[in-house]
Every structure is written in structure tokens, then in C-alpha cells.
Ligand binder design. Structure first.
Ligand SMILES: CC(=O)N[C@H]1[C@@H](OP(=O)(O)OP(=O)(O)OC[C@H]2O[C@@H](n3ccc(=O)[nH]c3=O)[C@H](O)[C@@H]2O)O[C@H](CO)[C@@H](O)[C@@H]1O
Ligand SMILES: C=C(OP(=O)(O)O)C(=O)O
Length: 429
């Protein structure tokens, strides 16, 4: 199993190219199930989750090819499809649930294993199921599978007004994709406003879908008879950009994050600026970029924050910013409101010398900790990233075990870090 060896204490300097977003690429790969035409995505990140999704789509009968060099992929499913997502392929990946809506909309039946993904809470999919039921699907959950079908005699899902009990990102995406081919109008109330949802909607519109209001809490969809192929570039990964920004803040340095989009990182950048980090938007020939400059954690003030749905502070940045708070100056409180079990990094950060006390959903952090290298274990994707950030600051060598979590969602993280001066290597043992 691969591990990372990191020797801390280096400032980060240079440029990082931010990859396409995992949480946009995965639903967009599933959207290719909605049409018999070829679909081409560019800027797809090189991730384990993308490889798993590729295998899943291929197992259903889709032709998937890598095209070109810049993360290009072509998807084509003109022939018969086997609408089944088996446990063996979906157990590691939350986004596999996103096959359900498109398969049901196109074929009228689907069988999808209850999904895996980061073990950060119970993560039920009841809202996906009740939304699809409201659109006329008959659904039962048995033997770990969601079995969904249209009633006898029906060819298409029915448009419906759906208000989810809470804001759900993949729930919104699943219902949005299903609604594109439904009969009549669907209105999604309490919809997720995350940039990845909006990017998926943009792709679906390129495929001929009639969608309005994406990026807001009410999305309206007029169903169409068929969708056609399209070409779409996956939006830049705001969480990868945020992770690198926080790493530079903690170590000190000056790094340009190419393709990063400030408008998608509002809450995180605000906290970084309040902490004392200099963050500037820059225009480059290839589009937007962010320059992050920091004198290092000794010059920064720890920040209180609460996670919440977009445009609030993203739960997917909580662990990384907590690592920064451990070494920045002063006391801070971090509250996690989205997932009930997303503090697993706390015990591992403590091994490096962090001083954190968890009470319910709030972590109290005493800053200015002098971290020292140790062996730590990655427990989930963003927890892994927080350990890498802490290790970049810690004195001496840190070994991060179980980095398969990191590989699920970061595109060549250690190469990118090494290129800006980090002392980091991957070892297989
Ligand atoms: C592949 C993907 O895009 N993953 C992201 C997505 O996960 P994911 O879409 O799974 O997260 P949700 O937005 O659905 O979850 C939000 C909250 O709603 C609850 N819930 C959700 C659906 C449901 O049917 N019932 C229910 O109770 C969840 O347990 C959680 O407490 O959004 C999360 C919140 O921004 C991110 O951390 C994940 O990186
Ligand atoms: C929780 C995450 O991923 P997933 O939903 O795929 O488990 C994440 O990206 O931080």
C-alpha cells in the first residue's frame, strides 16, 4: 500500500495547475447515460474515483475512451445498456448513486447498489428515492440495492414539484438529470447551489436540456423527448484550489493557482484574508488564477468558522482549514454542520502535536502548536489532505498511511506539491 513521506519546513513557491473538479466530473460522466450520441468531456481529473466511474459505465455497456492529452474522455452508449451498478464497483464511491436518475430516465428501470464514499456520516439517499418516487418511479430497497422502475405502461418519468428535506448535492444532481427526460415540468425547490451542480446543468443544456435557475435554490426543468451529444469542459476544482491555498498559507510562500476561480471560493478566501493571507485574482492567457502569499502560520490568526451549504464554508475544506488553525496564532472554534462524523482527522492531527478538543459538532483548537513529524493514518479524503498540510509544517518526517483516500480525489497531489518546493515522496510498501 502506498504511503507519503513528508519532511516539513519548506516554503512553497511557484505555480500549480488546478485540475477539473471530481464532484463535477463524476455526475457529468453519468450524464452521458442520458443519450445515445457520443459525449466528450475535457479537463477530467486523473483520479481513482474517475477510474472507478469509468469501470462502472463500461460494465453497463458504455464505450469509454481517453482522447487527447488534457483530460479528454469520450463516452458513447448507442447499443444496449445493462442498467445495474453492482456493489463491488460502487462500494468505494459515493457518486455511483448518480447513475440512478439517468438510467431510470432513459431506460425506465435501474438497479443501483447503495453507495460507499467517505465514511463521514450515515449519508442516506432517502431524498434521491423520494424525489424519483414523486416523479412516478416505483422503488424498493432490498439486499443493499435500490431497485427502481416505471409503472407498467409508462414510458417516461413525470415532471413534479420536489422540495427536498435538506439541501443535497448529489440528490439535486440525480433529480436534475432524471427531470431532463421526464414528461412536463419539474421544479426542484431547496436545490443545492454548488458550482458543480451549475456546471452539470450547463452540460445538460449543451445536450439539449431545458433548464433554468441552476445556481439558485429553485431549478426549473422542462422535460424533452431526447438529449443529444455535446462537448463540455469540467469546471476547475474549487476544493483542490482551496487545499493548495491553505497549504501555502500554513507553510508560507507565494504560489499562483492556475485555473482557480475566486468566485467559487468566496467563504474560504474571506477566512484566509481575515487570517492575514494575501490572495489576489489574476488573469492569465488561459483564464482565471489566484495568487496566494503568506508569511507562514506564525504570522496568521486562527479563524472561527462553521461549515454550511454553498455559498457557505464548504465541509470539504473543514479538515484542511483546521490543520491551518492548529499552527496559526490564537484559539479557534470549528463547527461541522453537514456531516455528523467528520472529525476523524482530529486524533491524527493530535499525533503531530495539535491541541484540539471536540465537543459534539464543534472542535476547539489551541493554535501555535509546534508540530513534529510522526506516522499518521489517512481516514478519508479531506482528512488525508489536512494531514499533508500539517506534515508540510511539522518539524521532521511524517509518514501518511492509507493514501488511497487521497488518490480518490486529488490529481497527482504529491507531484504538484513537489513542483512548488515541498519535500514529499510516495513510497510503496
Ligand atoms: C460526489 C459529491 O458530490 N460529493 C459531495 C456531496 O456529497 P453528497 O451529495 O453525498 O452530500 P449531500 O449534499 O447529499 O449531503 C448533505 C447532508 O444531507 C444528508 N442527506 C443527503 C441526501 C439524502 O438523501 N438524505 C440525507 O439525509 C447527508 O447525510 C448530509 O448530512 O456534497 C457534500 C456536501 O457538500 C460533499 O461533502 C461531497 O464531497
Ligand atoms: C466527501 C467527499 O467525497 P464523496 O462524496 O465522493 O465521498 C469529498 O469530496 O470530500
Amino acid at each position: 500500500m502506498d504511503k507519503l513521506l513528508i519532511r516539513g519546513g519548506r516554503r512553497l513557491q511557484g505555480e500549480v495547475v488546478i485540475s477539473g473538479a471530481k464532484n463535477a466530473a463524476l455526475p457529468e460522466m453519468c450524464a452521458a447515460l442520458l443519450t445515445t450520441d457520443p459525449v466528450r468531456l475535457t479537463n477530467v481529473p486523473r483520479l481513482q474515483d474517475v477510474a472507478t466511474m469509468r469501470r462502472l459505465l463500461q460494465s453497463m455497456g458504455m464505450d469509454v475512451q481517453t482522447v487527447g492529452e488534457r483530460g479528454g474522455m469520450r463516452f458513447h452508449c448507442a447499443g444496449p445498456l445493462e442498467p445495474r451498478a453492482p456493489y463491488e464497483l460502487v462500494k468505494t464511491m459515493r457518486a455511483s448513486i448518480l447513475a440512478l436518475g439517468p438510467l431510470l430516465a432513459r431506460l425506465g428501470h435501474a438497479s443501483v447498489s447503495l453507495p460507499g464514499g467517505c465514511a463521514i456520516g450515515q449519508r442516506p439517499v432517502d431524498q434521491h428515492i423520494s424525489g424519483l418516487r414523486a416523479m412516478g418511479a416505483e422503488i424498493e430497497v432490498a439486499h443493499g440495492y435500490i431497485q427502481a422502475r416505471l409503472p407498467a405502461g409508462r414510458q417516461r418519468l413525470q415532471g413534479a414539484r420536489i422540495t427536498t428535506d435538506m439541501i443535497t448535492v448529489t440528490g439535486t444532481e440525480n433529480l436534475l438529470m432524471a427531470a431532463t427526460l421526464a414528461e412536463g415540468e419539474t421544479v426542484l425547490e431547496n436545490a443545492a447551489q454548488e458550482p458543480e451542480v451549475a456546471d452539470l446543468a450547463e452540460m445538460l443544456i449543451r445536450m439539449g436540456a431545458r433548464i433554468e435557475g441552476h445556481g439558485s435554490s429553485r431549478i426549473r426543468v422542462q422535460g424533452v423527448q431526447r438529449l443529444h451529444g455535446c462537448e463540455h469542459a469540467v469546471v476547475a476544482d474549487r476544493i483542490e484550489a482551496g487545499t493548495f491555498a491553505v497549504a501555502v498559507a500554513a507553510t508560507g510562500g507565494d504560489v499562483l493557482l492556475r485555473h482557480a476561480r475566486a468566485e467559487h471560493l468566496g467563504a474560504v478566501l474571506e477566512k484566509l484574508r481575515e487570517a492575514g493571507v494575501r490572495v489576489q485574482e489574476e488573469n492569465t492567457p488561459e483564464g482565471s488564477a489566484l495568487r496566494v502569499q503568506s508569511e507562514g502560520a506564525a504570522h496568521l490568526k486562527a479563524q472561527n468558522f462553521r461549515t454550511s451549504e454553498y455559498p457557505g464554508f464548504p465541509t470539504d475544506m473543514q479538515a484542511q482549514f483546521m490543520a491551518l488553525n492548529c499552527v496559526a496564532q490564537g484559539h479557534s472554534a470549528v463547527t461541522e454542520t453537514i456531516f455528523e462524523n467528520r472529525f476523524m482527522h482530529v486524533n491524527e492531527l493530535a499525533r503531530l502535536g495539535a491541541r484540539i478538543h471536540v465537543e459534539g459538532r464543534t472542535a476547539d483548537i489551541d493554535g501555535a502548536a509546534s508540530l513534529t513529524g510522526a506516522t499518521v493514518m489517512a481516514t478519508d479524503l479531506r482528512a488525508s489532505a489536512s494531514l499533508v498540510i500539517a506534515a508540510l509544517v511539522a518539524e521532521g518526517q511524517t509518514r501518511v498511511d492509507r493514501i488511497y483516500h487521497l488518490d480518490r480525489g486529488y490529481d497527482q497531489m504529491e507531484e504538484k506539491l513537489r513542483a512548488i518546493g515541498a519535500d514529499i515522496e510516495r513510497v510503496s510498501a
